[in-house]
Design a protein around this ligand. Structure first.
Ligand code: ADP
Length: 263
């Protein structure tokens, strides 16, 4: 079953194409790694999927097309590093995760829509009785339960990232889109983040689309890979990507070029 289908999608800003006829699909249960240099159009593509950006072409989410899938959008977890965050916002970790809760009414409506198209929905947190249990379980999954009462302004970048993952988790997302940072964080922080990605994909069976510059991590965690730079130049099994020397060379060269552009 397909979670997401992107067909011939093009997007331009002021007449120049940021995305040029990109097509790929994501199966339910996939952990798709999207690689591409800065400016390749990854965020633009994610914004289109989230209904925040106009496009030409077709995007289908769980079998629904265009505006028909908007009711499902609350169940897409989007975690971006580019989010601007007010460090003095007076909320605790627990309170931020609570903001991710959805009403039972909304969840039922979404569940009906998914069933109609033959999709199953693995409820782990939202099926728990009390909101406090949902929040604590989600925080346990990302290993932050011990920090639940901490103010979010007093967290490290890596911890904050995992708080936002927990906020997406409490409602049992059907798809997680993780737009990874361009700037490097320390290895320990990264390892913790990657462990969480792996865990929610394998244990919670959440379909994940994850953009990253870390080829080594993608080689380890993803099952499929998409490679893009305005156009898509590869989409398929991870093994196929990493055994194709020409493809890896092209990717590395275009990444280097972009890198030099930026300096
Ligand atoms: P990535 O996420 O892969 O780094 P983006 O989607 O952010 O790439 O950007 C793709 C291209 O579109 C870049 O050339 C960027 O400068 C341009 N772009 C992104 N957002 C806008 C915008 N709001 N207006 C004009 N150009 C934009």
């Amino acid at each position: 079953m397909k979670a997401l289908e992107v067909s011939d999608v093009s997007i331009s800003y002021n007449g120049s194409l940021a995305i040029d006829k990109v097509s790929f699909d994501v199966n339910e249960g996939d952990l798709l790694g999207i690689v591409g240099p800065n400016g390749a159009g990854k965020t633009t593509l994610f914004r289109a999927i989230l209904g925040l950006q106009g496009y030409a072409g077709i995007i289908r989410l769980f079998g629904y097309e265009a505006k028909k899938y908007y009711p499902l959008l609350p169940l897409i977890g989007y975690v971006s590093q580019k989010v601007n965050f007010e460090p003095n916002f007076p909320a605790t970790v627990y309170e931020v995760v609570a903001m991710g809760l959805l009403s039972e009414k909304k969840l039922n409506k979404i569940s009906t829509l998914l069933q109609k198209n033959g999709h199953s929905w693995n409820r782990v947190y939202s099926k728990l009785d009390k909101n406090s249990e949902k929040i604590l379980q989600a925080l346990k999954t990302v290993n932050l339960d011990s920090l639940k009462d901490r103010r979010i302004g007093q967290l490290s970048g890596g911890e904050l990232q995992r708080v936002f993952i927990a906020k997406a988790l409490v409602k049992d997302p059907i798809l997680m889109i993780l737009d990874e940072p361009v700037t490097g964080v320390d290895v320990d922080t990264q390892t913790k983040f990657y462990n969480v990605i792996k865990k929610i994909n394998e244990e919670n069976k959440i379909t994940i689309v994850w953009s990253s510059h870390d080829l080594e991590a993608i080689a380890k965690l993803a099952n499929r890979v998409a490679c893009m730079n305005r156009q898509l130049f590869f989409h398929g099994q991870k093994e196929e990507f990493f055994s194709n020397k020409d493809l890896l060379k092209t990717y590395t060269e275009s990444a280097m070029q972009m890198h030099m552009h930026h300096h």
